[in-house]
Design a protein around this ligand. Structure first.
Ligand SMILES: Cc1ncc(COP(=O)(O)O)c(C=O)c1O
Length: 389
């Protein structure tokens, strides 16, 4: 007898990552001996910096395996507060900093405490796909705003004035953003924060790609207002994706509620990961992370003009993260099929636009420069061949 499932209605809207299907095919081709250039992977190709790994090992050896408080290790909250002071010259009370299992954990906490069923959360399309699902998990409604090149694919005050209504509760922005790598200018961030405050709503700013910026000095939204919710992570800049550690800076009045949800759904973030992360702010780690940032910048500086020369349109120069969001309409009106064919014929894996929303996904691809310059060059040569044959 076949097993049937009786899933909750909300599951109907939860999409898988289409790139996973491509990744599975890529792995299959590799198993058959094919060489695949991976430009689809959304995590740094570097190992976690040695001082962090060492601190993690040390914690395990010393028996630091027990739960921490749900809000996180006090020393780590303090260290993050020090980081804000040092990097952005902003004072943040460590009490406002909650340690979470990745920034994904922070997003679950936020949606749980802020969104009632049916209330709207506004966000840009294209955007990080999981954000829609965090909202759906609490039966909120996602308002995906189709953004354009003119605003660097970011939300701005005009969009908010157009889309905000009596049922809107929060807006989420990311700077730098996934998949576009673009930032929101500080004045724009301020005007969004002011508008949302005036409307009695909430602003959530995702700063997970902070630190990975090129030619600009990003400012944290923590500096804009104590009422903004800011999420960040040890995943990307600090190279700790698999350790599952992030944080949230919340307005003080919300900390108790967030703590209560964290106690119930996580108990705490991983203890060894938290001890390891204490080494993330050491000068030697920072030195290494800056070296890596420069490598990412070199890769962007190579890949961006190379893709433009081939004929992909990348109208805004991405100043952060490790992604290029390219319009491929010159070559196809079905970017997913383009990805499948590119993988099969030339062994290059990239992410199709449909993983990021419904705003002309068939015309877009995301290239991640999370592989070496040498491999990127190989990928570009193969891409050139693919579009000309
Ligand atoms: C924009 C953005 N936000 C949040 C996340 C979640 O990352 P993590 O849970 O590893 O901190 C990602 C991961 O790719 C991302 O791209």
């Amino acid at each position: 007898m076949s097993k049937t499932t009786d899933l909750a209605d909300r599951m109907a809207a939860v999409q898988p990552f289409h790139v996973m299907e491509l990744l599975a095919q890529a792995r299959q081709l590799e198993a058959e001996g094919r060489d695949i250039v991976h430009m689809e992977i959304g995590e740094p190709d570097f190992e976690t910096p040695t001082p962090i790994v060492q601190a993690g090992i040390e914690a395990l050896k010393l028996g630091k395996h027990h739960y921490t408080p749900a809000t996180g290790l006090p020393e780590l909250r303090q260290a993050i507060s020090g980081f804000y002071q040092q990097k952005y010259k902003v004072s943040v009370d460590p009490k406002r900093i909650l340690i979470t299992p990745g920034s994904s954990g922070a997003l679950i906490l936020l949606m749980s405490v802020l969104i009632n069923p049916g209330q709207q959360v506004l966000m840009a399309d294209p955007g990080y796909p999981c954000n829609r699902n965090f909202v759906r998990l609490v039966d909120g409604e996602v308002i995906s705003i189709p953004v354009t090149v003119e605003t660097g694919y970011q939300l701005n005050l005009e969009y908010l004035k157009q889309y905000w209504n009596h049922n809107s509760r929060a807006v989420m922005v990311a700077s730098p953003a996934n998949p576009t790598g673009t930032l929101i200018a500080e004045y724009e961030m301020r005007s969004i924060a002011d508008f949302v405050a005036e409307m009695g709503g909430h602003m959530i700013v995702d700063e997970i790609y902070h630190g990975l910026t090129y030619g600009v000095n990003e400012q944290t939204a923590v500096a804009i207002s104590d009422d903004v919710f800011v999420i960040n992570s040890f995943s990307k800049f600090f190279g700790m994706t698999g350790w599952r550690l992030g944080w949230l800076v919340a307005p003080e009045a919300y900390v108790e509620a967030l703590d209560k949800v964290a106690q119930n759904i996580f108990l705490a973030a991983s203890t060894p990961a938290q001890y390891a992360a204490l080494a993330a702010f050491k000068p030697e780690t920072m030195f290494e992370l800056e070296r890596r940032r420069q490598i990412f910048e070199q890769r962007r500086d190579y890949l961006l003009p190379a893709l433009r020369r081939i004929g992909f349109e990348i109208p805004v120069t991405p100043e952060g993260a490790f992604y290029l969001y390219a319009n491929c309409k010159r070559f196809t009106d079905d970017s997913y099929q383009f990805c499948l064919d590119l993988l099969q014929q030339e062994g290059v894996a990239v992410t199709p636009g449909k993983d990021f929303g419904l705003n002309k996904p068939e015309q877009h691809l995301r290239f991640a420069y999370t592989t070496s310059l040498e491999r990127l060059e190989k990928g570009v040569t193969r891409l050139q061949k693919f579009v000309t044959t």
